[in-house]
Design a protein around this ligand. Structure first.
Ligand code: GDP
Ligand code: MG
Length: 162
C-alpha cells in the first residue's frame, strides 16, 4: 500500500504551496489569508524514486473559534492516516511559541516527524535552522516551496524514512 504523508504546521507557513509543488497540481488553495484551506486535500506524488499520498491540512492554531476547531479536527484525522508527519515551519517568521506547541503535539503521536523549514530564500538560513533544531525533532530540511529549492533533498529524506 502507498504511504501517506500529512503536511502539518501553523497556517500560512506554505503547506499548500508545497503540496501544489509536490503534486504538481493547483488543487490546494494557496492564499495570503491564514487558514483558507479548510478541508483536507489528498494528492498523489509521483517522482522517480518517491511515490506517496500527500494530505494538505488547514493548519494548527490554538485559537478557539469554530474554524480553528474544524482545522484541528481535520489535522487530527490526517495525523491518524499518516505514516509520516511533515512539520512545516516558516523560516522567515522564525521559531514561534505556536511551533513549539505543535512540536509537543506531534512528538506525542509517536509517528515519524520530518521537520521542514520553508521560506528559506533569505540569508539567515543557518541561524534559523539552529533555532528550530532546538525543538528536538532532529535535523531540519531547508526548502523554498515557491522557488523549488531543496525539494529533491526533501523527497530523498522522505523516501529514506518511509
Ligand atoms: P498554508 O496556509 O500553510 O497552506 O500556506 P500557503 O501555501 O497558503 O502560503 C502562505 C503564503 O506564504 C503565500 O503567500 C505563499 O505564496 C507564501 N509562501 C509559500 N511558500 C513560500 C516560500 O518558500 N517562500 C516565500 N517567500 N513565501 C512562500
Ligand atoms: Mg493551506
Amino acid at each position: 500500500m502507498k504511504s501517506v504523508i500529512a503536511l502539518l504546521g501553523r497556517p500560512n507557513v506554505g503547506k499548500s504551496t508545497l503540496f501544489n509543488r509536490l503534486t504538481r497540481s493547483r488543487d490546494a488553495l494557496v492564499a495570503d489569508h491564514a487558514g483558507l484551506t479548510r478541508d483536507r486535500i489528498y494528492g498523489h506524488v509521483r517522482d522517480d524514486n518517491a511515490q506517496f499520498i500527500l494530505i494538505d491540512t488547514g493548519g494548527l492554531t490554538n485559537e478557539t473559534d469554530s474554524m480553528s476547531e474544524l482545522m484541528r479536527k481535520q489535522a487530527a484525522l490526517a495525523i491518524d492516516e499518516a505514516d509520516l508527519m511533515v512539520f512545516l515551519v516558516d523560516g522567515r517568521a522564525g521559531l514561534l511559541p505556536a511551533d513549539e506547541e505543535i512540536a509537543r503535539l506531534l512528538r506525542n503521536v509517536g509517528k515519524p516527524v520530518l521537520l521542514v523549514i520553508n521560506k528559506s530564500e533569505g540569508e539567515q538560513r543557518e541561524l534559523v535552522a539552529a533555532e528550530f533544531y532546538s525543538m528536538g525533532l532532529g535535523e531540519p530540511v531547508v526548502i523554498s516551496a515557491t522557488q523549488g529549492r531543496g525539494i529533491d533533498r526533501l523527497l530523498n529524506h522522505i523516501t529514506n524514512i518511509l
